[in-house]
Design a protein around this ligand. Structure first.
Ligand code: NOJ
Ligand code: CA
Length: 545
């Protein structure tokens, strides 16, 4: 029997990047009132929860991921009253709200850091990680910042270095200090009391650093940060008791949730951090790379699924599925060419039919593509620094494409990042009007996912050989059996069922090529190029097997 619907396990989480979702006052920056006005849209799409990237006061060295006040709303996004309204409106539509907690570092403009750097004997000095220089003035360790350069910044006025795992404008917090720990747990309490349902913890596994400040050993890699084994600047044992304390706090409220953004994620790492007495889930980012080692095809995707399922199932951890987010080129840009949505359909099918909580990124439902920027237009700090080797993350953060109105209906004023030029044809209104659009396909998949518990909670079994370019699997729960077929290739593919898996006849649920009937012949099933198909095995067929 299907267990009760648990929003964070069975539902779909939709990530909103507030700057880029909907602008209510024409200043070119999305805001909370804009999001509230779009809740009906999200609810119609079938979303269960929204995750809001940071909207707190921030000098925007890292566009909100450098927070200068944890318990307020940046004036550009609105007010706490707007936030309360957003929560109330979301809850009215049975939608949950997940906040982004960025607690590895603050902004260097946070009053805590302003005090901390004021003098060595300031009471807040120890709220951050300050160390004396090594002989000859060298930084205290060899640790590298993930956005480039050393992770230590020298502060001439007090003669010490402070640690920053990201930009120098993002000093790392000293979680070992009990006062800091309380202050940060209070941040959770503040938002929980306001009705927040869950949290996404930014790079949580970097909160603690080696107590003895040892140097990281080196390894092969391209950039400085990748040329180190991160033994001492993250994943310290102190993290687990902290997560347990946080979980106890969350569990003192009903149905609250926390998902960790695992820094340098692997499924193995996650088994340490997620579980019944720690995080509910942590991102493993199994499908977000595309390069020579990880080409986008049926075989690679299956390998990733199998690996993740093996490790997560053994540990009793519920997976998350992520295809896109605010740090990566969008899946549609990674895998699709031009405006053709065949690969976007495939990515969406995986997102919504694999075992695990789907995290959908705003605009993914209409196949938004990354924008291309000139060097002078780049906003993202690592993009400015590494251009042209790395152009930063602005590409995936372009304004949501609502309609063919000026600025794609995102704003009446010039948006903070340019709108993708394809907005005249690729937008929500156009896709809502087109029954063959990715939007409709997504909505139908979501409806099926809600209808069939097997698609949410069922077991996962592969019944074709993935080296044919086809990924075909069954999701089964009790009597309910749903088959999912995905042809990753542009060729017709005849594929053979493994023994006993041929259902012969099944009921059509969804086809992206207008297929009307499902039947197999001689244990084989023939798929059209890029065909995606969902069918339900009829109970009679199962009996006759
Ligand atoms: C991970 C976030 O996803 C990313 O956007 C941010 O720049 C870094 N953490 C630093 O907070
Ligand atoms: Ca605005």
């Amino acid at each position: 029997m299907a267990e009760d619907y648990l929003w964070w396990r069975d539902g779909i989480v939709y990530q909103v990047y507030p700057r880029s979702f909907a602008d209510s006052n024409g200043d070119g920056i999305g805001d909370l009132a804009g999001i509230t006005a779009k809740l009906d849209y999200l609810s119609d799409l079938g979303i269960d929860a929204i995750w809001l990237s940071p909207f707190y006061p921030s000098p925007d060295a890292d566009f909100g991921y450098d927070i200068s006040n944890y318990t307020d709303v940046d004036a550009r996004f609105g007010t706490l009253a707007d936030f309360d309204e957003l929560i109330a409106q979301a809850h009215q539509r049975s939608m949950r709200v997940v906040l982004d907690m960025v607690l590895n570092h603050t902004s260097d403009q946070h009053p805590w850091f302003v005090e901390s750097r004021a003098s060595r004997d300031n009471p807040k000095r120890d709220w951050y990680i300050w160390r004396d220089p090594m002989p000859e003035g060298h930084p205290p360790t060899n640790w590298e910042a993930s956005f480039g350069g050393k992770a230590w910044e020298f502060d001439p006025s007090t003669g010490q270095y402070y640690l920053h795992s990201f930009l120098k404008e993002q000093p790392d917090i000293n979680w070992r200090n009990p006062e800091v720990r309380e202050a940060l747990l209070d941040v959770f309490r503040f938002w929980l009391k306001r009705g927040v349902d869950g949290f996404r913890l930014d790079v949580f596994n970097a909160f603690f650093k080696d107590e003895r400040f040892r140097d990281n050993p080196s390894k092969f890699g391209l950039r400085g940060f990748d040329r180190q084994q991160h033994l001492y600047d993250m994943d310290q044992p102190e993290m687990v008791p902290l997560l347990q304390e946080l979980r106890a706090l969350l569990d003192s409220y009903p149905q609250r949730y926390a998902v960790g953004e695992t820094y340098i994620a692997t499924p193995e790492k996650i088994t340490r951090y997620a579980g019944d007495d720690r995080l509910h889930a942590a991102f493993s980012f199994d499908f977000t790379s595309q390069n020579l080692i990880y080409p986008w095809n049926a075989r690679y995707v299956l390998e990733q699924i199998s690996r993740r399922d093996r490790i997560f199932d053994a540990a009793g951890i519920w997976p998350t599925t992520v295809m896109s987010n605010h740090d990566l080129p969008r899946a549609a840009s990674r895998y699709a060419s031009g405006e053709n949505d065949q690969q976007a359909v495939i990515a969406m099918t995986l997102l919504l039919t694999l075992r695990g909580t789907p995290f959908m990124y705003y605009g993914e439902e209409i196949g938004m593509r990354d924008i291309a920027l000139k060097r002078s237009e780049i906003m993202d700090p690592p993009g400015k620094k590494y251009w042209p080797i790395y152009k930063g993350r602005d590409g995936c953060r372009a304004p949501m494409q609502w309609s063919n109105a000026p600025f794609a209906g995102f704003s009446t004023g010039k948006p903070w990042l340019p709108v993708h030029p394809n907005f005249l044809r690729r937008n929500v209104a156009a896709q809502q009007a087109d029954p063959n659009s990715l939007f409709h396909f997504t909505q139908q998949l979501i409806t099926l996912r809600r209808k069939f518990a097997a698609l949410r909670l069922g077991s996962f079994r592969v019944f074709f050989r993935a080296d044919t370019g086809v990924l075909a699997f069954e999701r089964q729960l009790d009597e309910e059996r749903i088959l999912v077929f995905i042809n990753f290739t542009g060729f017709t593919r005849a594929a053979s069922f493994v023994r006993d898996a041929d259902p012969k006849l099944a009921t059509m649920l969804l086809s992206n090529v207008g297929r009307k009937e499902f039947y197999t012949s001689y244990n084989q099933f023939v798929l059209n190029p890029y065909e995606v198909l969902l069918v339900q095995v009829n109970p009679q067929a199962a009996e006759s097997m």
